[in-house]
Ligand binder design. Structure first.
Ligand SMILES: Nc1ncnc2c1ncn2[C@@H]1O[C@H](COP(=O)(O)OP(=O)(O)OP(=O)(O)O)[C@@H](O)[C@H]1O
Ligand SMILES: [Mg+2]
Length: 365
């Protein structure tokens, strides 16, 4: 048994607080299978320093009371290990500690192994989420979401594209991946809690270089917000960029996605009525994301200036997107927008993705 109590705590290691030798042995063994070391403290007061810093906090039920007494700050991601499934007190202890999860070994062994694998394989920083939403129906939001994703993938980034629009017709149709096998929203609607990013990325369909979370061809259903809350962080841990195609009628799941977005792009055709409609969409997005920017899309039949559109909606302008020649024909052929790296959309997306300052590509572009 390896007990690794460190003089200089390393915040990259999970923290385990317990005196229970059997639990310690089990958890250290599971961590060792993925080459992970733990910071182990038998005493609650000694664990206090590391408590807010550790990426994951694991607590044996023997230590729960002492931790509460020591006044550790609340963390929703604390995992409490119970020893007896029939012991009702464990739930009360969990509430007092603020533990988000109560688990029992050996039942939770596989789950714990995945949590540890995530810590080893996942990057310390998670990928940014960029939301894209249309200012009116058919604005070009899905086209831009795919353009950004395809462009980032061409640069060697791992990209997860999330279709959060139940009525959008399926982003996989635009990417050309509707026949790829893998899980889709209806399969994942019941997901909640912590999801392994490795398991998620392996389970989702891939098309070309993109990993896609989209719909099947069945009846549309809404995405439970708990599923969005569980799946987005897992996608962020496993990818370099997450792009979410948001619905104009903002539902709860869209709100949860926008909450996690570092930026939302609002696509507005350069038309007076589109600008008026976009103001309403802007209002519903604004409550969830502090950085909403406009993409004004041509053609501009009335020669409406992009700056004027931005001013009337009251949002900063991310740019003017010239109309893409041959887009409709390309979509009918099943060619993803911007896939060839040429044209106004690819140019816009290249400039936008380059400015995101993503982590260095892992494959040659
Ligand atoms: N960059 C562009 N250049 C020219 N036409 C475009 C562009 N983007 C979209 N369009 C046109 O608008 C149509 C709708 O595009 P898209 O599906 O991307 O819009 P959306 O905002 O996602 O619509 P929805 O309201 O259905 O979600 C496309 O089929 C195409 O004809
Ligand atoms: Mg759409």
């Amino acid at each position: 048994m390896t007990s690794i109590a460190r003089a200089h705590p390393n915040s990259a290691r999970p923290l385990l607080v317990t005196r229970d030798a059997a639990l310690l042995e089990d958890v250290v063994r599971i961590a060792a299978t993925v080459g992970l070391e733990l910071d182990v403290y038998p005493e609650a007061p000694a664990a206090r320093e590391l408590w807010p810093l550790a990426p994951t906090v694991l607590v044996g039920e023997d230590a729960a009371g002492a931790l509460v007494a020591a006044g550790v700050p609340r963390r929703a991601d604390v995992v409490l290990f119970g020893t007896d499934l029939d012991d009702a007190d464990i739930w009360e202890r969990a509430v007092r500690l603020g533990a988000g999860q109560v688990v029992f070994l050996p039942d939770a062994e596989e789950w714990l192994a995945e949590v540890f694998a995530d810590l080893v394989e996942g990057k310390p920083e998670s990928a940014p989420v960029i939301g894209v939403v249309g200012g009116r129906g058919g604005a070009g939001a899905t086209t831009l979401a795919v353009g950004l994703s395809v462009t980032a993938a061409r640069q060697g980034r791992r990209v997860v594209v999330v279709d959060a629009d139940p009525l959008g017709g399926g982003i996989d149709l635009v990417i050309g991946g509707e026949t790829s096998s893998g899980l889709r929203w209806p399969d994942l609607a019941g997901t909640s809690g912590r999801v392994s990013s490795r398991a998620l990325l392996e389970a989702l369909p891939t098309t070309g270089d993109l990993t896609v979370l989209s719909w099947d061809r069945g009846d549309a259903l809404s995405i439970p917000p708990t599923a969005m809350e569980a799946l987005l962080p897992a996608a962020q841990r496993g990818a370099d960029l997450v792009v979410v195609d948001l619905p104009r009628r903002f539902d709860e799941a869209a709100a949860r996605a926008a909450d996690r977005a570092s930026m939302v792009l609002l696509v507005v055709p350069a038309e007076v009525r589109a600008a008026a409609a976009a103001s309403r969409v802007a209002a519903s997005v604004a409550g969830h994301c502090a950085d909403v920017r406009l993409v004004v899309r041509g053609p501009a039949p009335g020669r409406l200036d992009a700056g004027v559109v931005a001013e009337s909606i009251g949002l900063p302008l991310a740019g003017y997107l010239r109309p893409e020649p041959g887009l409709s024909a390309a979509l009918e052929r099943g060619d993803a927008p911007a896939a060839r790296g040429r044209g106004p959309l690819a140019a816009f997306c290249t400039a936008f993705v380059s400015a995101l300052d993503l982590t260095a590509p892992r494959t040659a572009a």
